[in-house]
Design a protein around this ligand. Structure first.
Ligand code: FAD
Ligand code: DHB
Length: 385
């Protein structure tokens, strides 16, 4: 079997790449370890930058997102007994975010690929990469797929990055002494906009998916498991961390999903080796506080599509050779922003009274200085280099 681009992973990166290549007349096969049902149900990100929205619309897969997604023009930072709005419409005019679940993006992309007759293989076992320097091919479940190029879109725990020979990649990473408990609940959001709340009990985030579905995150110890958090404890803690301003009451409802996510910053450089190109979480991870992971995956795929289109058009390798460098500028900006938002809003056991004062001073600065608030806003909606 042969294809132009062998894609490992049917997350947002792999699916979008396959779709964008199809629009350029380039063939691909997507190999995914999990079932279609599993990837369509996996609850994760929810914040799409304007650039991500524009990409999906231009690719003809944005129709449901435009209908059902929720455009937001600001977020609230809540701490010290008060809420402070960061108004995007004033600070970064014309730019906003759209709240639309990652699994909805995944569903829309799978539907578009299948409608176009795309080759998506789910529940594929033992994917392995070979001959990356010259004539690359993939093996899986007793089959062989010869490719011109391989795209490693298989997330942080995939097989692509480890297939690069030792000594080629440089790793940059930082771990955080806490995790996030993500909660999806059948209840109308108690706020129109996202609330990022900092308090002595730890960080909490109030987000949403629809007028009847709310999404929350709680800072929890790094070794926490969902079983530590029965529903009653979740609501008590969310109330304790969010009902900190006069007049705000958190509405409760049935919890339909609960999971713990570790917090990590991670980058490998370069994001390519031979004829293998890494995109999305396979190459970099950010802590979710800045809502950047999915958006970075989409940005990588945009760059890779242009490079592959040039290569398959006339054999030119300039853009492919520069793929990693073209992505890393944006990746590092998002790394810094995500680290910064994380350190600004979480409580660290190691923090002394001095550290807490610094955190509060910076929060006061961000919520009173237009220059500082603009820094947050322009990074949050997506800084375009
Ligand atoms: P993934 O979505 O991880 O997809 C990789 C795919 O590869 C998976 O389907 C996996 O099953 C498959 N795979 C893995 N190994 C193999 C193998 N050996 N063979 C075949 N297939 C394989 N980002 C944002 O932008 N905004 C947010 O608001 C946000 N919030 C988040 C909240 C949480 C709780 C979490 C966990 C993440 C959040 N993120 C957010 C990050 C975002 O979800 C990821 O960055 C995004 O999923 C990356 O997409 P991807 O396609 O690169 O990787
Ligand atoms: C969501 C996730 C995030 O990481 C974030 O910063 C904001 C919102 C969400 O899932 O809705």
């Amino acid at each position: 079997m042969r294809t132009q681009v062998g894609i490992i992973g049917a997350g947002p990166a792999g699916l979008l790449l396959s779709h964008l290549l199809h629009l350029r007349g380039i063939s691909s096969v997507v190999l995914e370890r999990r079932s279609r049902d599993h990837v369509e149900r996996r609850v994760r990100a929810g914040v799409l930058e304007q650039g991500t929205v524009d990409t999906l619309v231009a690719a003809g897969v944005g129709e449901r997102m435009l209908r059902e997604g929720l455009p937001h023009h600001g977020i609230e930072l809540r701490y010290g007994g008060a809420g402070h709005r960061i108004p995007f419409e004033k600070l970064v005019p014309g730019r906003a975010i759209t709240v639309y679940g990652q699994q909805e993006v995944v569903k829309d992309l799978i539907a578009a690929r299948l409608e176009a007759g795309g080759d998506l293989r789910f529940e594929v076992e033992d994917v392995a990469l070979h001959a990356l320097e010259d004539r690359p091919y993939l093996t899986f479940g007793g089959e062989r797929l010869d490719c011109d190029v391989i795209a490693g879109c298989d997330g942080f725990h995939g097989v692509s990055r480890p297939a690069v020979p030792e000594g080629v990649l440089t790793t940059y990473e930082r771990e955080y002494p806490f995790a996030w408990l993500g909660i999806l609940a059948q209840v109308a959001p108690s706020s129109e906009e996202l609330i990022y709340a900092r308090g002595e009990r730890g960080f909490a985030l109030h987000s949403m998916r629809s007028p009847t579905l709310s999404r929350f995150y709680l800072q929890v110890p790094p070794d926490a498991v969902a079983e530590d958090w029965p529903d009653g404890r979740v609501w008590d803690e969310l109330k304790a961390r969010l009902e900190t301003v006069p007049g705000f009451t958190l509405a409760t409802g049935e919890i339909v999903e609960k999971s713990v996510t570790p917090m990590r910053s991670y980058v490998v450089e370069p994001m390519q080796y031979g004829r293998l190109y890494l995109a999305g979480d396979a190459a970099h991870i950010v802590p979710p506080t800045g809502a950047k992971g999915l958006n970075l995956a989409v940005a990588d795929v945009r760059v890779l599509t242009e490079a592959l289109a040039a290569y398959f058009r006339d054999g030119s390798t300039g853009l492919l050779d520069g793929y990693s460098a073209a992505c890393l500028k944006r990746v590092w900006r998002a790394q810094h922003f995500s680290w910064w938002m994380t350190t600004l809003l979480h409580t660290f056991d190691s923090d002394d009274a001095y550290g807490r004062r610094l955190q509060l001073s910076y929060l006061d600065y961000v919520t009173s200085s237009e220059a500082a608030a603009t820094t947050l806003a322009e990074n949050y909606v997506g800084y375009e280099w």
